[in-house]
Design a protein around this ligand. Sequence first.
Ligand code: NDP
Ligand code: 2IT
Length: 439
Amino acid sequence: MADLEKRNPGEVEYLQAVREVLASIEVIYNQNPQFEKSGIIERLVEPDRILTFKIPWVDDQGNVQVNRGYRVQFNNALGPYKGGLRFHPSVNLSILKFLGFEQIFKNSLTTLPIGGGKGGADFQPKGKSNAEIMRFCQAYMMELWKIIGPETDVPAGDIGVGGREIGFLFGMYKKLTNNYSGVLTGKGLAWGGSLVRPEATGFGAVYFVQEMMATRKDTMQGKKVAVSGFGNVAWGAVKKLDQLGAKVITLSGPDGYVYDKEGISGNKIDYLLELRASNEDIIEPYARQFKSSTFTSGKRPWEVPCDIAMPCATQNELDQADAQNLVNNKCSCVCEVANMPCTPDAVETIQHNGLLYAPGKAANAGGVAVSGLEMTQNAMKLHWPAEEVDSRLHEIMRAIHASCVLYGKRPDGYIDYAKGANIAGFLKVANAMLDQGVI
Ligand code: NDP
Ligand code: 2IT
């Protein structure tokens, strides 16, 4: 870690992600001297390559704008680099390296042949017109196309990149290469997309919570669930929670949170899509639309009493004070649906108090798993029905849960899902790297 800190000064999120993984694989690592001998850790923490590039584009007023684009190709021991693209003003190399690093283990857990990568740009989608989003996506792809391909690197969505953006990116890739291929996932249904991909991250996380609850002979029925965010991932989670008879009572945006005492179901779930498509990125209009709800400005939803908490927005959005609130309010389960939404001291508080805790790399792997299934369908040039994709997703989430239990169960019976996920994800990648030599 000391060496890594020296070589990557100031990369707070990246160092946080690496520290968390290294701490939990220490014992396994020391039991396998061949890892040390082959420099597995030193090779694993260094991305295979990073591309940064200029993205010049013209806004609706005719002004020239310049953003910075990235693609981090982190590790391809298990398959082509795979991971989303994030368009958000906060994007920098530290954030993309943290996300790419997490993606290696997450993708390993899915049981599918995919390596880890991540990309994006410091672009602010908020307030942009459809035409501006299109021009920006096209300008981004004018550089990215050179290093991606269906057997090389397969990007997808993340914050700020959904179906619309994938469409514009795919269109430009096709034009530049004259090649119609499954080079991106999260595509539209008519042009190579998979059923259930939009819902997959949220659905998968809820399946994971179901498995965790079952270890305590409990179910989702009637549980009060606090959700944060209101994007693609939150939407999928709310939809599945509602189907399973749980009651979702909160959502949040960068402006604050809404509490809906009657629960978020039916047309309220559809309204989320409208809100997201508005490009305004505030949750407050929800409270004006639905009288059963109230809006609290500038706060996070973790002060609301709930049985289950599912952070679905962004990294480090649930800190120790929030975790203590959840504990005090008798919450029994915290499931990370966003990537690394809990700070390390929040995780400590949650686990120390015996709550069920799922790390993002296990619980949110359903998104990339169905991306992997989209690649399979593209390669076979056919479409599976929704039931088939959903049942494969369910199976994958059960398998990830089983891996976490296998490597994370403590002698006192408590399941350390973070440790289990890290060890299971790491072992597969490390052994593949050993097999493939020093490259
Ligand atoms: P979206 O862009 O659809 O939604 C993210 C939403 O969260 C945006 O509306 C964003 O608003 C909001 N947000 C950002 N920061 C905060 C904050 N501090 N508090 C409340 N809301 C905030 O992205 P996704 O739903 O796709 O992604 C959500 C999370 O899930 C991310 O951590 C992502 O990495 C993770 N994830 C996504 C997967 C996918 O397939 N899409 C798969 C697995 C994980 P604003 O832009 O204004 O800040
Ligand atoms: O964080 C993630 O796993 C994603 N944003 C989805 C990546 C993918 O390739 O579907």
